[in-house]
Design a protein around this ligand. Structure first.
Ligand code: CA
Length: 232
């Protein structure tokens, strides 16, 4: 499973155990032991899954979840103590996808992650919003799933939508091919990194004036891709 998982947990033993288990399953992990660090990492990295402890030294898991849900539908599993059942229910109403009560089995955590990923892999777009770039040259309406180039509607494949969504959610980030695969493909995908290049090439034909001189989907040599364009 090529996921980038942010583990937010102040108990080192749990944090390390979850991290090493997920790494063995092929995940990339980011670790935070407090809320502020967690939000910094979330802004900076292309996180595709969050494991979030409810009780942290500086912020509650619920607060973090609320902040994240304002900008992203990234799947979130909350970790809670047995005595926090009420908080858990509140957590789920503010946008966590599931919760696990400590102590929990790592195997079960992983199984639940996969269930959520299967359920949500068509749902990685930003929250319903409209975007436009370069004086309305490119416009996207995520509420209606519509995209326009120079006023003309475009037709994107589901994978192209996911790739574009990943760029738009992290406008300053340079994505590696591996990260784009983690964001745009089914968790079971086990293909060659370069497959992403084909999708980028096809996307460029649709959104760029000149696909050989891209202004939106830019190549960053030796790393991968990043998004350009002047946002309105
Ligand atoms: Ca805790």
């Amino acid at each position: 499973m090529a996921q980038s998982v942010l583990i937010v947990e102040d108990e080192p033993m749990i944090r390390e155990a979850v991290a090493s288990y997920l790494e063995k399953q092929g995940c990339k992990v980011f670790l935070a032991d407090n809320g502020v660090d967690a939000l910094v990492i979330f802004e900076r990295e292309a996180v595709t899954f969050i494991i979030l402890d409810l009780m942290l030294p500086d912020m509650s898991g619920e607060e973090i979840c609320t902040v994240i849900r304002k900008k992203s539908r990234v799947p979130i599993i909350m970790l809670t103590a047995k005595t926090q059942e009420e908080d858990v229910l509140r957590g789920l109403t503010i946008g966590a996808d599931d919760y696990m009560t400590k102590p929990f089995s790592l195997k079960e955590l992983y199984a639940r992650m996969n269930v959520i990923l299967r359920r949500s892999c068509n749902d990685l777009k930003p929250l319903a919003e409209k975007y436009s770039w370069n004086d309305n040259d490119l416009k996207i309406d995520f509420e209606q799933d519509e995209i326009y180039k120079n006023g003309e509607p475009l037709s994107l494949t589901p994978i192209e939508w996911k790739i574009l969504s990943a760029f738009i959610r992290h406008p300053k980030k340079i994505f590696t091919r591996e990260e784009l695969i983690g964001l745009a493909f089914e968790p079971e995908f086990d293909g060659y990194d370069r497959v992403i290049d084909t999708h980028i090439k096809n996307l460029r034909k649709k959104v760029e004036d000149d696909p050989k001189k891209p202004v939106y989907l830019k190549t960053v040599h030796g790393i991968g891709y990043k998004f350009g364009g002047e946002k309105q």
